[in-house]
Design a binder for this molecule. Sequence first.
Ligand code: URP
Ligand code: ZN
Ligand code: ZN
Length: 465
Amino acid sequence: MKLDTIIQNGRLVTAGETMRADLGIRGEKIVTIGQQLVRAHGNGARLIDARGCYVIPGGVDAHVHLALPFCGTVSADDYDSGTRAAACGGVTTVIDFAIPYGEESLQQALDNWHARAADKACVDYSFHLAITNWARQSKQVEKMVAQGVPTFKQFMIYEKEGWQSDDAAMFSALEMLKDLGGMLMLHAESSRVLDLLIARHHTPAEMKKHGAYLHTITRPNYIEAEAIERAIRWTRETGGRTFIVHMSTGEGADLVKRAQDGGVDILAETCAQYLALDDSVFAGKDGHLYATCPQVKKPRDQKRLWTGLKRGDVCSISTDTCTFNRKQKAMWKGDWTKIPMGMPGLETLLPVVYTLGVLKRRLTVNEFVDKCCTAPAKIMGLFPRKGTLAVGSDADVAIIRPTRKRKVDWRTMQTNCDWSPFQGWDLAGFAEHTFCRGRQVVEDYKFTGQNGYGQFIPRANVGRP
Ligand code: URP
Ligand code: ZN
Ligand code: ZN
C-alpha cells in the first residue's frame, strides 16, 4: 500500500485505548494503523518520528467566535489568526456560531460566515446557527439543517444585542429540532434577575469601589442555575435535546446530572477557563480583561466541573474563544457593563486541559482525548470523520510530548491578542506536529499551514458522547 506519511513509534491515544502503533496516511485519510508500517509500506513515505510522544486525534473545539461583531466592536481573532492558533494548539476543527444581525435571515447569516471563513481558514470548520427571532426564523430552520447545520443556539440574555430568546421560543425550537434530528444549544443565564442585579449595582460609588469585580457580584451562581432549571423543564416536557453551552457552575453540573439520571436528554459542555481560573482574577489591575458571559466562578465550581467531566455529566470541553485585545477591553472605562465579553483560548485549550487534567491526575489521557476530541465530534455529528484515530477517518492528528512544558506568552503565539489569560503559565500538551486532513499544518511547534486549506464540514446526525 502506498502511503504519503507514516507517524511511527508513538503511543496512539483514542478515547477508548492507548497503543503503541504506527499510523499511515494517504491523501486526506488515515488508511492503516499497525506495527512496523515502515518495513511494509515505507517506500516514498514521509516519516514522522513520534517516539516518546502521544499521538492524538486533532482537537474539536465546538464553541468559537471568530471575527464576531459584538459589544460595539469585532472580536480580534478572525479565520486567519484564529485557525492558525487552533493548529498550533492541536485543534483541527472549529465550530463557530453564525449569527443574524437585525433583519437578516438564517441563510444570510450562514452565507456571511461562509464568506468570512472560506479564503482564510487553515483548519477545518463548521457552523452552528443562532436563532435570534423565532417568529421570523423558525420557517428557515429546516433549510439550514439541509445545508449541514443541525445545531442552533438561543441566548437567554443579550436583549440589547437583539439576540435574546424567550421561553416560548426555546420551547418551540426544542419541539421543531426534535422532529428534524437537530439539537438546541442554550446560553443559560437568567436575564430578568441579572438585569435587576446589574441595575442595583450600577452606581458611580460601587463602580469606583469594586471595578471589574462587579461582573462577579452581579452574576451569582443562581443566575446560571435558574436558567438551566428552566432549560431542563422545557427539555423534559418537549422530549427534545438541549446542549448547555459554556457551563460554569457546580450547581449547573448538579442539575444536569440529576436531569440526566431522570432521563432528560440534556448535555453540557464547559470551557477551559472555567476549569483553570477563578473569579479572584477580577480583583487584579487587569481584571476587566477576563470578563466573559458567563464569568469564571469559584474554586469549588472548578472542582465540581472536573468531577463532572470524570463522571460524564459534563460531556466536553471547548473554549468559547471570543478574543478582545487590550484596546478593545479598554472600552469599559471603569463601567463593567461596557466590557467586550470574551477572551482568547484556541491555542491553549489542549495544553490547559492536558496539564491541569492529565498531569494533575484529574483525567486519564484517554478521557482528555474524549472530552476535547471524540465527545464533541460525536455530539456535533462529526464522528467518525473527526475526533478519533481510525482507518477511514480524516487524518487530523496532533503529536504532543507528555511532559515537555512551554511557557505561555502571547507574543510568540498566533492569536491577534496582546494578552493571554494564561500568560506565564508552564503548560505541556502544545502540538509539536499537527496534521489536518493529511496536510502538516504545524511542524516542530511552527505553523506551516495555509489560508484557504480549511474546509467547511457539513454535519448531520447529532449524536451522544
Ligand atoms: O463572553 C462570551 N462568552 N462571549 C461570546 C458570546 C457568548 O455568549 O458565547
Ligand atoms: Zn453564550
Ligand atoms: Zn460563545
